[in-house]
Design a protein around this ligand. Structure first.
Ligand code: FE2
Length: 285
């Protein structure tokens, strides 16, 4: 990735639409390197000991300590449909993982280097971030046949700061198409209200705090099919989603979320990190 500045048109388009599609932002060889690194992690990690299922339906996440303590770790989460009724995996473990979260960017040297590329620091500055901190990363598999749906949401729901500053960077590590469940976004939807926050519940587990009942305008959503090497920038308030993947091809992506270091980060946000491991900026070792 070479440092590159956004054009004025790109900056204006981001302000207007709440997202930006940057094809060819990183080389396809780099995407292959990240996929290979994850294959290594999968071959060495004790996957079946980490049988947490990821789902966007709130019940399944409740009281999931594996999830709640993953903010500063590398943890594996299985697809909801990965297991047969008898508890056996339907596909090989490497084809059953939904995602890896949430600190690859800090704990894995390959992802750390990729996530702190000078081009990303330049991009964050171009988008107006003054003190960007790398808060969260996810490796998303969208497995063949069983890749789960992610219903419409705003990332600020999960990464709230006061004021809202979350910014998502979505890296296509494989071609994302209509068939293998590419992203869908609501252009301009970032000017709408934050619908809810995802919190740690006082008695343990998690809950949603409803803030605004305005429904997402699903009819306004547009698909973003993109080739490998594309970076999609997503405003933290932009409604977006992706469907289930019923195709025979995976749709792997890496996501990195930035927040402003000067913004307040509430203690009841679901994602908490060890105080000894605060989110770092692009330049901090
Ligand atoms: Fe999202």
């Amino acid at each position: 990735m070479e440092p590159a500045c956004l054009t004025l048109q790109q900056r204006l388009a981001y302000e207007r639409d709440g997202y930006l599609v940057l094809p060819g932002f990183f080389p396809v060889e780099e995407a292959a390197r990240l996929r290979e690194r994850v294959a290594e992690l999968l071959s060495t990690g004790d996957l079946l000991a980490q049988r947490s299922v990821f789902t966007t339906r709130e019940q399944a996440r409740q009281s999931d300590e594996h999830f709640l303590s993953s903010g500063d770790k590398i943890r594996f989460f299985f697809e909801e449909e990965a297991f047969a009724p008898d508890g056996a995996l339907r596909q090989a473990p490497a084809l059953s993982i939904n995602k890896i979260g949430h600190a690859l960017h800090d704990l894995d040297p390959v992802f750390c280097r990729f996530s702190r590329a000078p081009a990303l620091r330049a991009l964050a500055a171009d988008l107006g971030l003054r003190d960007p901190r790398l808060l969260q990363s996810m490796y998303i598999f969208k497995q063949p046949h069983i890749g789960g749906e992610v219903t419409s949401h705003q990332d600020a729901t999960f990464l709230w700061t006061d004021p809202p500053t979350a910014l998502g960077l979505w890296f296509a590590l494989e071609d994302a198409t209509l068939d293998n469940a590419c992203l869908w976004v609501q252009p301009g939807g970032h000017r709408g209200p934050l619908r809810r926050r995802f919190l740690r519940a006082p008695g343990g587990g998690t809950r949603f705090l409803e803030l605004d009942g305005a429904p997402y305008d699903e009819g306004q959503m547009v698909p973003l099919p993109v080739p490998t090497g594309t970076l999609v920038v997503l405003h933290g308030l932009l409604p977006h989603r992706s469907g289930p993947n019923r195709s025979p091809r995976s749709r792997q992506a890496y996501t990195l979320h930035l927040v402003e270091g000067w913004a307040a980060y509430p203690a009841d946000n679901w994602l908490q990190r060890d105080p000894a491991m605060p989110p770092r900026g692009f330049d901090e070792p």
